[in-house]
Design a binder for this molecule. Structure first.
Ligand SMILES: [Zn+2]
Length: 91
């Protein structure tokens, strides 16, 4: 049975993450500056953007009645028709 000091291992990892020196004076573990934790808002936005990137595309729509052309993002497999941004009729 091996005797591993897991708390010491964890302590070392924590110090490496926070970017401080080791207490016993060993060589510093080079892992770069401590990473900044992204906020939940950032993560949510990132997820939303990534999801939109695979489920939405930018299309050019032309409204026949008012002859208005516009560009809008729409789902790849649209469920409901796009509405004209000028007159509000389905395109
Ligand atoms: Zn229109």
């Amino acid at each position: 049975m091996s005797r591993r000091n897991f708390s010491k291992l964890q302590q070392r990892k924590n110090m490496a993450r926070r970017g401080s020196e080791q207490i016993d004076g060993g060589l510093p573990i080079l892992s770069g500056p401590p990473r900044k934790r992204p906020s939940k808002e950032d993560l949510r936005k990132q997820t939303k953007d990534m999801f939109a990137a695979v489920t939405e595309i930018t299309r050019i729509f032309e409204c026949k009645p008012c002859r208005f052309r516009f560009r809008a993002r729409q789902a790849v497999d649209p469920v409901e028709p796009m509405l004209c941004t000028r007159c509000g009729r389905p395109v």
